[in-house]
Ligand binder design. Structure first.
Ligand code: F6R
Length: 607
């Protein structure tokens, strides 16, 4: 969603602010802006639409004067996307400027009370109340003022504040929304996301709730809301700077699809030692594990789809009931969960508001939480009882691919690790599965090599209005992801259906030429899915089928794409590749904005 960047140093801040905002584009936004202190006043430039509008307006930032500044990409919540609603927001006299990620829940009361005092608001945003409150309370000390203002705010925030009177400071503070301070030489940076400063520094502070950072050119001071100094350790970010660049590919999404063998290998390899899965991150003994009578999986979107795959795998291999729950639903339905429930929370960003809140709800009810997270140090990682990181590296495209795949890889590792501890997997099966898991990256390479075939099929289907995805068991779980990938980036309506459910309603939508993508990889149910394919074909469907190369008889059932045969548990990792590529090529043929689909944000930090 929204992104923050800030700079204080001896260089002109404009070009860096624009560069930083560009690296944050992937988060999803609909307007952007910057504010610099030019030595005598605060100068704001902001514009609705893509960053290119702001770049043109400011000559790539070169027309902006000042060595201290803040910038923002906004994803509209309160007030439509417009120039005036874009951040930064100034106080009435223009002496204070604020950028803000998050939501101020009591903004309307605050606005009403300030309006009653004669203060005039320019925008419809919740953020403007912060700038106006700062001016209202200001008596000469900006930090004191901000502390006072924080006491009046309900909700979540990451804030960057600069003032006209003090061209030598940026003040930053956060609550429930991430904020990072980057340390340079004679310059320091502010960012909501590490990718914005990766090209300049690897040394960061990660602010915790209610910590206030005072950035100057020569240092950063961190205090709490009582103004006591906070001792913090710096962290070194080891993400490769090139990982956040396109590296010759046209789109991040395609690059990230192609990176999957490496991402999976990075996630699996360090956790398999001498033929055994070792998850040192999990602090549960076999006795503690045996005490759980249920597993509860919480996530949103694609991460939830991983949870649905996990339900099939865990129930089969661990013989424990598993519930995969949409995080946004879980917390409002008085869930039945206690200390006998093991909760697994899945999130690429580690900041998804619904997932984070659902996790807290599970913890409040006594459940032990293991999180599966990609972004190191994110809120979910920090607040869960144990965290297993997916080593996917930065994922920039809004539509997840490599994070989804590495989350699946962690599910396989957990199934083997827990199965071994619980004694539900026999040694021979365990050995064979570990062996196959180690070969997974190579098999994915082989599927990626077949990309031209998928490109050809995309050219046959890209004009469709509706597409149906069908499958049974794990293939159904995967069809949910295939359908989401297609609709989110190509804007083609699609539905995922458990193939056995078709006859209970959906089949009435199948008519001459309706595309149906049938997943037919699950060995035990091949006969059943073939019958479902025949049913839709009889009604005129145009079928594309994904099957294992051990079932060559499916060659003529439709336009069939073969993947190498692996054990059932690992099939989703191979079968998802043609689905990702299909969505990508269809969106590309339709000329869609693949990396930043309309209305979507990478990290959904509001409910
Ligand atoms: C879809 C997609 C989203 C995310 C969802 C959860 O391609 O990326 O559905 O999976 O918003 O995000 P995280 O994993 O960051 O919690």
């Amino acid at each position: 969603m929204c992104g923050i960047v800030g700079y204080i140093g001896y260089e002109q801040a404009g070009p860096f602010l624009l560069e930083g905002l560009q690296t944050l584009e992937y988060r999803g936004y609909d307007s952007a802006g910057v504010c610099l202190n030019d030595g005598s006043e605060l100068i704001v430039k902001k514009a609705k639409g893509k960053l290119k509008v702001l770049r043109e307006l400011t000559n790539e930032g070169n027309d902006l004067k000042g060595t201290v500044g803040i910038g923002h990409t906004r994803w509209a919540t309160h007030g439509e996307p417009s120039d005036v609603n874009a951040h930064p927001h100034l106080s009435e006299s223009g002496r204070f400027a604020v950028v803000h990620n998050g939501i101020i829940e009591n903004y309307q009361q605050l606005k009403d009370s300030l309006t009653a005092k004669g203060i005039e608001f320019r925008s419809k945003t919740d953020t403007e109340v912060i700038a106006q409150l700062i001016e209202y309370y200001y008596k000469g000390d900006l930090v004191d003022t901000i502390i006072k203002v924080l006491g009046r705010l309900d909700g979540s925030y990451a804030l960057g504040v600069i003032s006209q009177e003090n061209p030598d400071e940026i003040i930053a503070v956060r609550k429930e929304s991430p904020l990072i301070i980057g340390l340079g030489e004679n310059e320091n940076y502010l960012a909501s996301d590490v990718t914005a400063i990766l090209a300049r520094t690897r040394t960061i502070y990660r602010l915790e709730n209610d910590e206030i950072a005072i950035l100057s050119r020569d240092g950063v001071k961190i205090i709490n809301t009582d103004k006591d100094p906070v001792e913090k350790q710096t962290e070194t970010v080891d993400w490769d700077v090139n990982a956040a660049k396109k590296g010759g590919y046209e789109h991040f999404m395609f690059k990230e699809i192609m990176e999957q063998p490496k991402a999976i290998s990075d996630t699996i390899a360090p956790r398999i030692r001498d033929g055994r899965v070792v998850l040192d991150e999990i602090g549960l003994s076999a006795e503690e594990l045996k005490k759980f009578n249920k597993i509860n999986i919480l996530a949103c979107g694609s991460a939830y789809h991983v949870g649905v795959v996990a339900k099939y795998i865990f129930e089969k291999m661990l013989r424990i009931p598993v519930e995969a729950d949409l995080a946004s639903e879980f917390r409002y339905r008085d869930p039945i969960i206690n200390d006998k429930t093991l909760t697994i929370v899945i999130s690429q960003s580690g900041e998804t508001a619904d997932t984070k809140e659902a996790m807290k709800e599970a913890q409040r009810r006594g459940s032990h939480v293991i999180s599966v997270v990609n972004v190191v140090g994110s809120a979910i990682a920090a607040e869960s009882d144990d965290v297993i990181y997916t080593w996917a590296g930065p994922e920039i495209a809004v539509a997840t691919t490599k994070a989804y795949s590495t989350q699946l890889a962690v599910i396989y590792l957990m199934a083997l690790y827990f199965g071994d501890m619980l004694g539900t997997i026999v040694p021979d099966e365990y050995k064979a599965l570990v062996n196959e898991l180690e070969q997974l990256p190579e098999k994915i390479e082989a599927v990626l090599e077949n990309k031209e075939r998928i490109q050809y099929l995309a050219s046959k289907f890209f004009n469709s209005r509706d597409v149906f995805f069908i499958g049974r068991n794990i293939d159904y779980a995967l069809s949910l992801e295939g359908s989401l990938k297609l609709k989110e980036i190509s804007y083609i309506h699609s539905e995922a259906y458990a193939a056995g459910e078709l006859k209970h309603g959906t089949i009435s939508l199948i008519e001459e030429g309706t595309p149906v993508i049938a997943l037919a990889t699950h060995e035990e149910l091949i006969g059943k899915i073939v019958s479902n394919i025949e049913e839709v074909k009889t009604r005129g469907a145009n079928v594309m089928c994904i099957a294992c190369d051990t079932h060559k008889e499916l060659e003529g059932i439709g336009e069939t794409v073969f993947i190498p045969k692996v054990c059932d548990m690992l099939l989703p990792s191979l079968a998802v590749i043609p689905l990702q590529l299909f969505a990508y090529y269809v969106a590309s043929l339709k000329g869609c904005d693949i990396d930043q689909p309309r209305n979507l944000a990478k990290s959904v930090t509001v409910e």
